[in-house]
Design a protein around this ligand. Structure first.
Ligand code: NDP
Ligand code: ZN
Length: 358
């Protein structure tokens, strides 16, 4: 195969199919053909909100499970034909930011995020993975393609949100937004020992999965401010940890800070777009002296992260497939799946596209 087809961002606000040369495989790299892909809300921010700036004919997508087609001469752990989990974030593990403990930020801020950011993503017949031994994980027996596809970004990001939230054992948590990322944050908060988990969102399918993943109380943000509802439910105390996985720049940060106890943590995983500034409410933040810490991060990637998340799924701690609400088959359906993600109908959490490519 000399060239391949992929579904691309043609420019801000415009998508379409492109034909490209199959990428070259460096000595440490791999070429993969996807067997399952899923669109991300981040693809929507990137194309229709121009959140990371202009991109031209860049193949979209960063959530995939696939089969190895080719490996470089220095790759020792993978061979053609292996089924692999491909993390959304594929760091350069020899970079100084990785050595400082921030592999998602290697080479530049957000630099571990390569697919559908500054190189072609996974929505095509082939894609390239850097540092294959450090960035791919073998797909274990017992985990489906679509289940594994929910680990690579949704579980990894959402659970990072809960890891960053400094949840005390038995502490209380608010998760703002219960799309696939917020739901994964709920799953993580439960695993990390939260007691009450308040979940803000309205889509009925998300509410159902939120309860299955561990939410104890659902907050409808359309029926009053989130912080007022949280204070009503906690005798005015607020919560130990807040995870932001949805919402907007007008209200959400005020509601998040106002929901946290003094000494609590606000952990953001939302991909912020729509305005240039984030406003922190001064008084609610204790005039800057409340000890409410604000943390954030980009999805953790790499092989070990994927292996650990797969291990959680395999022992039955949580079921990643609960996030999959729509299944498509065939390359051309990637377009439909992405537009469904843009429309966000009420019965949607995540669509996947299953592929049987040559
Ligand atoms: P969804 O759009 O599926 O979910 C968003 C959630 O936010 C929904 O539950 C929605 O409620 C809720 N919401 C909407 N408006 C408000 C509001 N005013 N107040 C409170 N909640 C509100 O998103 P995803 O779960 O797919 O993704 C969440 C975010 O995470 C996105 O910004 C995405 O780009 C980002 N992301 C970040 C990554 C990272 O590495 N940091 C990686 C991957 C994604 P309703 O139920 O009513 O629809
Ligand atoms: Zn994503």
């Amino acid at each position: 195969m000399a060239t391949f087809k992929g579904f691309a961002m043609k420019k801000i606000g415009e998508t379409g199919w492109v034909e490209k040369e199959v990428p070259k495989c460096g000595p440490m790299d791999a070429i993969i053909k996807p067997t399952c892909v899923s669109p991300c809300t981040s693809d929507i921010h990137t194309v229709w909100e121009g959140a990371i700036g202009e991109r031209t004919d860049m193949i979209l997508g960063h959530e995939a499970v696939g089969e190895v087609v080719e490996v470089g001469s220095l790759v020792t752990k993978f061979s053609p034909g292996d089924k692999v989990i491909v993390p959304a974030i594929t760091p350069d593990w020899d970079d100084e930011a990785a050595q400082r403990g921030f592999p998602s930020q290697t080479t530049e801020p957000l630099g571990g995020w390569k697919f559908s950011n500054f190189k072609d993503g996974v929505f095509g017949e082939r894609f390239h993975v850097n540092m294959a031994d450090g960035n791919l994980a073998h797909l274990p027996e017992g985990l489906s393609d679509e289940g594994a596809c929910m680990l690579v970004d949704m579980w990894s990001t959402g659970m990072m949100g809960s890891e960053n939230a400094d949840i005390p054992l038995g502490g209380t948590v608010l998760v703002i937004g219960i799309g696939a990322v917020g739901l994964s944050a709920i799953a993580g908060a439960k695993l990390l020992g939260a007691s009450k988990i308040f979940a803000a969102g309205t889509r009925p399918i998300s509410v159902k999965v939120a309860k299955e993943y561990g939410a104890t109380d659902i907050i409808n943000y359309k029926e009053g401010t989130i912080d007022e509802q949280v204070r009503d439910l906690t005798n005015g105390e607020g919560v130990d940890s807040v995870i932001i996985a949805g919402g907007n720049l007008e209200n959400t940060w005020k509601e998040a800070i106002s929901s946290a106890k003094a000494g609590g943590t606000v952990s953001n995983v939302n991909y912020l777009s729509g305005a240039d500034n984030v406003f922190i409410p001064r008084v609610e933040w204790g005039c800057g002296m409340s000890n409410i810490n604000i943390k954030n991060g980009l999805c953790p990637g790499g092989a070990v992260r994927m292996e650990r998340l797969a291990a959680l799924a395999l022992v039955g701690r949580q079921d990643p497939e609960l996030l999959v609400t729509h299944k498509f088959r065939g390359l051309e359906k990637i377009e439909d799946a992405l537009y469904l993600m843009k429309e966000k109908p009420k019965d949607l959490i995540k669509p996947v596209v299953l592929l049987d490519l040559d």
